[in-house]
Every structure is written in structure tokens, then in C-alpha cells.
Design a protein. Structure first.
Length: 161
């Protein structure tokens, strides 16, 4: 959740992150693709579809400004079982029917929301919010830190500033 709150990436952008996109030496994450679950109309199953971000401005480098998050991401990247493969997905998914981490599966926002986000809100006695609202948290934090509005807009990947 902290990654989402501090990087303001959309769920599909998080799901599409590859190991190569997390450049911790430079202190940023590169948004170059998205992942989306598409349910097939002709069948009961769906599939993950990878594509480009929603607009030209959505492809961007987003700084990681929180030192603690940067340190935690470095540790996570060092422990990643496929850290030497730049094409590997950065965030793991879960094995269906369990909470077991699976780096060969795509991170799924619906599973995250159901199993982690909503229970964390309840535990913290916070009101129900959407996962997407964490993008607003990041924007608010940046604006409160007096980053220029046009820069915040670019980091959010808005089509226009």
C-alpha cells in the first residue's frame, strides 16, 4: 500500500511493472506498460493483456522520494527470485485459492483489495476508500511538500498539465 501511496501509479501500471522498470540507483520507477485482466466474451475465463499506458504522458519516470520506501524496495529487489531477468514481473501475484506468493503470476488489484487493503482499513479503523484513492494521497503529499503543480501532474501521468 505504501508503494501505491508514494508512487501514485495506477493499478494496471503496478501490475505491468518489470524488474527493469524499478531503477533504485536512479531512485525512480519507469512506467512503460500496463496489465489488465480481460474477460473473454466467448468463454468464462479471462486473460492478462499487456499494453501501453493510457496516454502518451502516462509513460513516465516517477521518483521514489521516501527514503524508507526506497530502502524497502532495494531489499525486495535483492530478494526477488528473478531479479537478474529484466523482463520478470516486479510484483508477485498469488496462487489461486491461496495466499502463496507466485512471481510467475500477475499482481491482481482485486485480490489485493479483498485480501489486504480492505482488512487493513478495518484494522486501522479507517473509512472505506478505493485503492485508486491512494493516487490522491500521493498528489496531496507532493503538493503539501510544495512541488509545482505541473510536476505533480506529470508524475501522475495526466494527459495534460
Amino acid at each position: 500500500m505504501r508503494f501505491m501511496a508514494y508512487t501514485r501509479l495506477r493499478a494496471g501500471e503496478i501490475a505491468g511493472l518489470r524488474v527493469r522498470d524499478v531503477d533504485l540507483a536512479a531512485g525512480h520507477v519507469s512506467v512503460r506498460q500496463t496489465a489488465q485482466w480481460i474477460k473473454r466474451h466467448d468463454r468464462e475465463v479471462g486473460e492478462w493483456v499487456f499494453g501501453t499506458p493510457k496516454s502518451r504522458r502516462s509513460s513516465r519516470d516517477v521518483p521514489i522520494l521516501d527514503r524508507n520506501l526506497l530502502a524497502d524496495l532495494k531489499a525486495l529487489k535483492m530478494q526477488h527470485p528473478r531479479s537478474g531477468d529484466p523482463d520478470a514481473l516486479f510484483w508477485p501475484g498469488r496462487t489461486p485459492g491461496s495466499h502463496r506468493v507466485d512471481f510467475d503470476r500477475v499482481w491482481d488489484v482485486a485480490t489485493f483489495r479483498r485480501n489486504y487493503f480492505k482488512p487493513a482499513l478495518v484494522c486501522a479503523q479507517l473509512p472505506a476508500i478505493r485503492v485508486h484513492d491512494l493516487r490522491h494521497t500521493a498528489a496531496s503529499l507532493w503538493l503539501a511538500a510544495e512541488f509545482p503543480q505541473h510536476q505533480v501532474s506529470r508524475w501522475l501521468g495526466h494527459a495534460s498539465s
